[in-house]
Write a new protein. Structure first.
Length: 118
């Protein structure tokens, strides 16, 4: 039994910096810090800019999948009133906006006009 343990110990290699697992972990962390983290920060800045640019009468899509039109936005509090249907208004926070459809349509039209003008 002791000989088997000694033979097993001889077959084991000491972990080093060139270990394949160490290389894979290093590449993962490099990819994370160079590609994924800046992309997440950029998306968060774009989302905050979209929320700040929301105005009255903008058509929006909420995180809950509800389409509506902004009726009013409270300056003091982080909430707004969204009209969903006739006589149906929902009070929700600004951060519940997933997409601002009015701004997207304007940006799309401007892009198409710019492409047609060339």
């Amino acid at each position: 039994m002791l000989q088997a343990l000694l033979l097993w110990a001889e077959d084991q290699q000491a972990p080093g910096l060139l270990n394949p697992m160490t290389i894979m972990l290093g590449l993962f962390f490099l990819f994370f810090f160079i590609v994924l983290l800046p992309a997440q920060r950029r998306q968060e800045k774009e989302r905050l800019a979209m929320i700040a640019a929301a105005e009255k009468n903008d058509r929006v899509l909420t995180n809950g999948g509800i389409y509506g039109t902004i009726v009013s936005i409270s300056d003091k509090e982080d909430e707004m009133l969204v009209k969903v249907d006739d006589n149906v208004k929902l009070r929700m926070t600004r951060s519940s906006i997933a997409r601002n459809l009015t701004k997207e349509e304007k940006a799309k039209q401007a892009k198409e006009e710019k492409a047609a003008g060339k």
